[in-house]
Ligand binder design. Structure first.
Ligand SMILES: Cc1cc2nc3c(=O)[nH]c(=O)nc-3n(C[C@H](O)[C@H](O)[C@H](O)COP(=O)(O)OP(=O)(O)OC[C@H]3O[C@@H](n4cnc5c(N)ncnc54)[C@H](O)[C@@H]3O)c2cc1C
Ligand code: SF4
Length: 476
């Protein structure tokens, strides 16, 4: 046994109760690089095969986790991969970026019994990375063509998952995306230190090799209307995600160097991808040497603070109006950010951004949690006379996202949307109010998770297939 493996076994034996999921994940991902097979088998063997797979029930894809853990323990890695891939179009992605502490791992019975969850995500990621390395991942090409064509608007995880499932069923599939790369937020939102971009590119290439036609830099609304696409294809899937940043209405919000989170993250991701990005190179959207203040308490805010640290910011603060226990972001991400030197300023809200031309500070006010609202969540209240100003050369607003006005954008005023602007679908058929037009992912569900986008994409593919086969029967 190697020295590294001996250390791993030693730690597992010495501190089985004390080491939390994060420590185990770090061991798996960092210390045991090159020894992942041993680490995967070691982690998988910790699964008690309890017979009440809460992990599976809390995975949006209902992944057959106990079976692939058992096969991994037995060294049957190709079979384990096949089972993992049977319900998931990109296990190497979800294994990396699912908030497992809220999903599968958080509900592992071993975790519940305080012994620390099996690192399901790390094993899932390993199985597919290993399958790619061994040539076990096959191009999702159909055995025969069925003569029908599908247009998918949006090449994020929902669009990609639907494209794969529909292509396998024999449809000609076209993805239209306004970006220059396919992948949606997997490419331009989520930072590369959480999800390496070549992992996404590898998936996109598989789809291209299967014959999915990618129309990049094609914006529906600018380059074609929805009606024009409907005339071209037998059915349409809208999977455009949600991109309108929530605003903050305080004085000074228009000052220079106050940016929406996605502008900041997109520039950083483009730079990481090797694109020429003047806004990064001239220092505009680069945190190096700056006092950065990020406003918000969700996962996007965590991505911004951790990106700013990596860019060499002088200081990074995260302002959130509630306390740690009530923040929407993952506790794991907060712990990671704290470890990296981010200062969290809880129960604090910006009152104004100060500066003449560019921002020089944030005037903040202290908050306390008051009476619960109708939903049972305590409402933050301002503590009078508690204002103070902190230095800031760069402010990033990470307050969440809303849908764009799709009926106007697509020149389709008849397209039904909810009062939040999400595209309305019938939850059984996943069809909008327009015949043959379906919707999936964030644009139908509201800002959510990659794993839910994959699930929606898969479900939409099945519903579209049922719809088109039924229509074909009627026509015959
Ligand atoms: C910063 C950030 C970090 C995140 N981190 C995580 C994480 O760690 N884990 C996790 O599970 N989830 C995370 N999420 C959420 C996750 O990324 C989304 O839930 C998921 O990507 C939604 O997938 P989607 O396919 O519905 O939309 P998207 O991924 O948004 O893809 C939509 C695509 O549609 C295209 N499009 C939009 N409008 C048009 C148009 N008019 N014409 C043509 N194309 C169009 C866009 O260019 C885009 O490529 C994060 C989100 C953000 C913003
Ligand atoms: S897809 Fe996400 S929730 Fe499901 S098993 Fe994988 S990491 Fe866990």
């Amino acid at each position: 046994m190697t020295e590294k493996m001996l250390t791993f076994v030693h730690l597992e034996q010495k501190y089985p109760h004390k080491r939390d999921a994060d420590e185990r994940r770090r061991d798996f991902d960092e210390i045991y690089q090159g020894f992942e097979t041993d680490a995967a088998a070691s982690q998988s063997s910790r699964c008690s095969q309890c017979g009440v797979p809460f992990c599976q029930a809390h995975c949006p894809l209902y992944n057959n986790i106990p079976d692939w853990l058992r096969l991994t323990t037995e060294g049957r890695l190709e079979e384990a991969y096949q089972i993992s891939a049977a319900t998931n179009n990109m296990p190497e992605v979800t294994g990396r970026i699912c908030p497992q502490d809220r999903l599968c791992e958080g509900n592992c019975v071993i975790e519940q019994s305080t012994h620390g969850a099996v690192t399901i995500g790390s094993v899932e990621k390993y199985l597919t990375d290993n399958a790619f390395a061994n040539g076990w991942v096959k191009v999702p090409a159909p055995t025969s063509e069925n003569g029908m064509s599908i247009g998918i608007i949006g090449g994020g995880p929902a669009g990609m998952a639907a494209a794969e499932q529909l292509r396998l069923k024999g449809y000609a599939v076209h993805i239209y995306d306004r970006y220059d790369r396919i992948g949606g937020l997997l490419v331009y939102g989520i930072p590369g230190f959480k999800l390496e971009k070549h992992i996404v590119e590898r998936r996109v290439k598989l789809l291209e090799d299967a014959g999915v036609v990618m129309h990049t830099e094609f914006e529906v609304g600018r380059d074609a209307t929805l009606a024009q696409l409907r005339a071209k294809h037998d059915s349409i899937l809208i999977a455009t995600g949600v991109y309108k940043s929530r605003d903050l209405m305080v004085p000074g919000v228009g000052l220079k160097n106050v940016y929406p989170a996605l502008d900041y993250l997109t520039v950083s991701n483009r730079h990481g991808l090797g694109d020429a990005v003047p806004a990064y190179e001239d220092g505009t959207l680069n945190a190096q040497g700056k006092n950065v203040v990020v406003i918000g308490g969700g996962d996007t805010a965590m991505d911004c603070v951790r990106t700013a640290v990596r860019q060499g910011a002088k200081s990074v603060k995260c302002l959130y109006r509630r306390d740690r226990a009530n923040m929407p972001g993952s506790q794991r991400e907060v712990a990671n950010a704290e470890e990296e030197g981010v200062e969290f300023v809880w129960l604090t809200n910006p009152e104004a951004f100060v500066g003449d031309d560019a921002v020089t500070g944030v005037r903040a006010v202290k908050m306390r949690l008051g009476a619960p609202d109708a939903g049972g969540r305590q409402t933050p209240e301002i503590i009078p006379d508690s204002s103070y100003t902190m230095d800031a050369d760069m402010v990033i607003l990470a307050l969440g996202f809303e849908p764009e006005d799709l009926p106007a954008l697509f020149e389709a005023p008849e397209l039904g949307v909810s009062r939040w602007g999400t595209v309305k679908i019938d939850f059984r058929s996943m069809m909008t109010n327009l015949d043959g037009v379906f919707a999936a992912g964030d644009i139908a569900r509201g800002a959510s998770l990659v794993v839910w986008a994959i699930r929606d994409g898969r479900d939409a593919a099945d519903r579209m297939d049922e719809y088109l086969l039924a229509r074909k029967d009627v026509a015959a």
